[in-house]
Design a protein around this ligand. Sequence first.
Ligand code: BG6
Length: 472
Amino acid sequence: MRNHPLKPFPKDFLWGASTSAYQVEGAWNEDGKGPSVMDVAKHPKEVTDFKVASDHYHRYKEDIALFAELGLKAYRFSISWSRIFPEGTGEVNQKGIDFYNNLINELKKHHIEPVVTMYHFDLPYALQKKGGWLNRETIEAYENYAKTLFENFGDRVKYWLTINEQNVMILFGELLGTVDRNAENPKKELYQQNHHMFVAQAKAMILCHRMLPDAKIGPAPNISAVYPISPQPEDVLAAHTFSSLRNWLYLDAAVFGRYNSTVWSYLEKKQAIPEIQDGDMAILKEAKPDFIAFNYYSTMTVGANLPQKVSNNVREDQQMAFEEPGFFKGHPNPNLPKTEYGWEIDPVGLRTTLREIYERYHLPLLITENGLGAQDRLEEGDVVNDDYRIDYLQKHIEQCRLALDDGVELIGYCPWSAIDLVSTHQGISKRYGFIYVNRDEFDLKDLRRIPKKSFYWYKKVIASNGEDLTNE
Ligand code: BG6
């Protein structure tokens, strides 16, 4: 029995919702935008590409009016790098600047705080052709891009996120197309890319503090607590290794400016130590984030793995643990239900994850993604009864409150996604939004916007500052 009332959500808590540019905007080649790696990515034939997406580029005013009706205090979106720099570097595309100026002004008009991801998977294709993150010059291109964003939008944007899910790009590089599967040692290439992203991120944080002393900037990896499959010491050790590799490598570098020792030793064994130039580690040390943003969908469960076991190395999905001979092997967690896409649902795991991050780094935390992908059905009378989504979000918000009560400094919650958008690799049928977008994989229909049942529920949650989570 509890002998005290739970601490309330702070008064200025950032109740928000998230999207990313390539998944929501469309207009993939309009107004001078250059192609990004996502625009040229191959798609399975049964799912749509990102060319039109939710057509937010043309309908942002209507969308933001709905976000205002929902009561959002914050909107986390990403800026498309190749809309600002069609070639990744060089000439600025003024129309790209204009679009985000208009978007930010519209948000401000409705008193919605913009939370800007500077880079969400969509590297300009022109840079990819020159080697992408494997090429050290991409660090400079990113720093220059960051400077342009701070100069143009820094007077209105207070919260900046450097890179979305750098860990997912490295751990699932083959899935996201960030590495060539046939490279001689893909791991070596991936961890070299990773190092360049660390330096780029650090430079952006330093620059942000120099140019915008009142702004706040932080990383945005995908973090989840890792459970051992059993209390056997070998399984516990394997869970520790996996957590270092999946979680702590990224946050240790961003916050402490150093490589995680367990991961370093793993990289030595895999002949995947990155080349580090003189001065790189000093840059990492100098850079300090103001907060940690992270995306959370589920936890991972792993056990020990025999060294001789041949790994099939299949990495199905960013939310599923995988295997490494001699290190760890992912297992389903028999205690957890799953979404229709096979992702385990673990609200209590969010509380554990929040505690783990906070105890380790002692920085304010911002949840920038959390949500349920489902094949919603538009019913007669323009109704979407997504009670399963309400149930998911309600249970996760409950755990946020408990984590606050545990002493975690949580400053906001921005579920995925504000509006329906195209999933990273499973099309538009896998929906996450509070607002339904009327289109199918290949039939664009009228793209009309329809608030779902979860929209009205979240509106009530926000209006009551998280006190009323009931679904009535
Ligand atoms: C995160 C990404 O990994 O998960 C988003 O930051 C993504 O871009 C989200 O859409 C949900 O994943 P998916 O694969 O269902 O789109």
